[in-house]
Design a protein around this ligand. Sequence first.
Ligand code: ADP
Length: 176
Amino acid sequence: MGKNKDINAKILWFTGLSGAGKTTIAYGIKERLKQENIKIIVLDGDKLRKGINKDLGFSLEDRKENIRRVAEIAKLFKDEGFLTIVSFISPTKEIRDLAKSIVSEDGFVEVFIDAPLEKCIQRDVKGLYKRAISGEISNFTGINSPFERPINPDITIDTDKLTVDESVEKIIKILI
Ligand code: ADP
């Protein structure tokens, strides 16, 4: 209990294209709340894919399994009272609904980290768009694998219009 009880035991499920800003905002929230009495964990897609999910590829089936596992992990942390930020592309409605059904709607906050594809290609944070466009990588979201925009997310952050700090503040304001 305490003044931050409202923000505990929630899952912020970030969805959005590669390069939209999920990781930056997730760690931005963690940094911004570090003085507060809140247990926070960030579950980052790239990190989990290097470890627990390294047996999985990028077919829609494997993406579903990727999400199923992280949803189960997120649920464990949520049940322990963590503010759990999940930073995964989560490209389809089916995948996001699967996540929601595993963790239950209670405390599940769908956050659409939105930036136009052209902007993400321009940022090309990891150089992956270049490789996908040249055909070197297949099944890359937005290029040769689908991304379905969330229809009714709880929060939308337009990272083409907001700065990183403004994005972080907007989410925290809505949560507290
Ligand atoms: P993702 O995790 O979605 O693949 P990243 O966080 O790795 O995306 O990269 C997003 C890039 O966009 C970073 O280089 C970041 O500095 C930049 N950026 C610009 N504006 C924003 C914003 N409002 N929020 C988050 N990132 C932003």
